[in-house]
Design a protein around this ligand. Structure first.
Ligand code: GDP
Ligand code: MG
Length: 439
């Protein structure tokens, strides 16, 4: 997956604005990558469509290169697709909070029941488990054992009682004991069938649960979409728990859940130990699906560096060809600060490694530029033309800053080059721009 995306980003390298044309290939790779990550086809189609629409017209103006910008758009959209924020569990305001777990056989319901009890116990809530899988005595034993392990009482009767009846008795018991949270484990089937759904509906009617959580095995891949849709239509779910994320699934199932049901993933299981349950973080998941978790933190930092207002202000100036030495300094400093985030930069596919020597070089040249700009008069900073026209002014700046006249000329030329480049980027080509020859 990573290598596919890497080639997509590499292809964009050097481009300065995202256009309909230059994102075709990278988007094709992204599409392929998502399909490889087991995201269902309709979800992939919608996703690629949305991202493409957003990407066109995005340029480098915000201090982020187009390929990085595309990473950001892709990951933002992935995060949004998965619900955006962490979705907390809902707790009942009066009486016990009731959590009903549903899902196919072997996905990890029984394990999750006990994990969840431990998870909530750590938050100071008292819990009780109800053993609702009456088809195999071993299933009840399994929950009893896990309950002991996490030190949470398990309400278990025999295999000869209907799950709805067990639910009813269990709930009564929990109310009597004043338990904060009741978690009911249920029986699964290898495939969706009517008996299972009817049983779940009966149990749900009796329990009137606060949460109905569908437990989904991350390895399910594309089938997750159909699975979630059916469970949601049949019994109505409030969210999902994604298990076995410690395996090598790319987590494509996570993308489908929210998209097809409108219900968020609330928790993830990432191991067989009782401690291995945690909240679902859409941003981390996006990183996992893209195989580029560190890109997210990079782009966030880059955005800090280049605030939106700054960018818009700059944009106006460029449009009116007023980009001056003050802006130049701001821009250059922003780039330098980003350069110092070499560790992060080095992790971005297509960026290559930024060596410490390169960073030192960039910082040194920034210092030189700063020294020269510092000794400019306010008029000179705002009207770089003054310097282009007057060798005497350049000479004075060289003397006062302790740099050579050639260095000053270079700086002036650089500013005009930047004006031209940025003007081109903005698509404000009318009349074009040119670099004046220094007199
Ligand atoms: P149920 O049939 O849905 O109740 O599934 P179980 O809770 O019995 O789990 C089935 C198997 O999956 C057991 O061997 C569990 O140890 C294992 N399992 C459950 N959750 C996880 C997980 O997050 N990671 C891993 N690696 N294994 C898990
Ligand atoms: Mg079970």
């Amino acid at each position: 997956l990573t290598s596919g995306l890497e080639s997509a980003w590499n292809r964009l390298k050097g481009e300065e604005v995202l256009t309909k044309e230059n994102i075709v290939e990278p988007m094709r790779d992204i599409r392929r990558a998502l399909l490889e990550a087991d995201v269902s086809l309709p979800v992939v189609r919608r996703f690629v469509q949305t991202v493409s629409e957003q990407a066109v017209g995005v340029g480098v103006i915000r201090g982020v290169r187009p390929d990085q910008q595309l990473v950001k758009i892709v990951s933002d959209e992935l995060v949004k697709l998965m619900g955006g924020e962490v979705s907390e569990l809902t707790f009942s305001k009066s009486g016990p909070t009731v959590i009903l777990l549903a899902g196919l056989q072997g996905v990890g319901k029984t394990t999750v029941s006990a994990k969840l009890a431990l998870y909530l116990k750590k938050q100071g809530k008292s819990c009780m488990l109800i053993a609702g899988d009456v088809y195999r005595p071993a299933a009840i034993d399994q929950l009893v054992i896990l309950g002991k392990q996490v030190d949470v009482p398990v309400y278990a009767v025999g295999t000869d009682v209907k799950p709805a009846e067990i639910a009813k008795q269990g709930l009564q018991e929990a109310k009597k004991k004043n338990v904060d949270v009741v978690i009911m484990d249920t029986a699964g089937r290898l495939q969706i069938d009517k008996t299972m759904m009817d049983e779940l509906k009966d149990v749900k009617r009796v329990l009137n649960p606060t949460e109905v959580l569908l437990v989904v095995d991350a390895m399910t891949g594309q089938e997750a979409a159909a699975l979630v849709t059916t469970f949601n239509l049949e019994i109505g779910i409030t969210g999902a728990i994604l298990t076995k994320l410690d395996g090598d699934s790319r987590g494509g199932a996570a993308l489908s859940v929210k998209e097809v049901s409108g219900k968020p993933i609330k928790l993830v299981g990432r191991g067989e130990r009782m401690e291995d349950l945690e909240p679902f973080y859409p941003d981390r998941m996006a990183g996992r699906i893209l195989g580029m978790g560190d890109v997210l933190s990079f782009v966030e930092k880059a955005q800090e560096v280049m605030k939106q207002e700054d960018a818009e202000d700059l944009q106006k100036k460029i449009m009116s060809a007023k980009f001056d030495f003050n802006d130049f300094l701001k821009q250059t400093r922003a780039v330098a600060r980003m350069g110092s985030m070499s560790r992060v930069l080095g992790m971005i596919p297509g960026m290559g490694k930024v060596t410490p020597a390169q960073i030192r070089e960039a910082e040194k040249s920034l210092q030189i530029m700063e020294a020269m700009i510092e000794v400019m008069t306010p008029e000179e900073r705002e009207q770089p033309e003054l310097l282009a026209e007057s060798p005497a002014r350049r000479k004075r700046i060289a003397q006062e800053s302790g740099k050579t006249e050639q260095q000053v000329s270079q700086l002036v030329a650089q500013l005009f080059q930047m004006r031209v480049r940025m003007k081109n980027l903005m698509g404000a080509m009318e009349g074009g721009g040119s670099v004046p020859a220094l007199s």
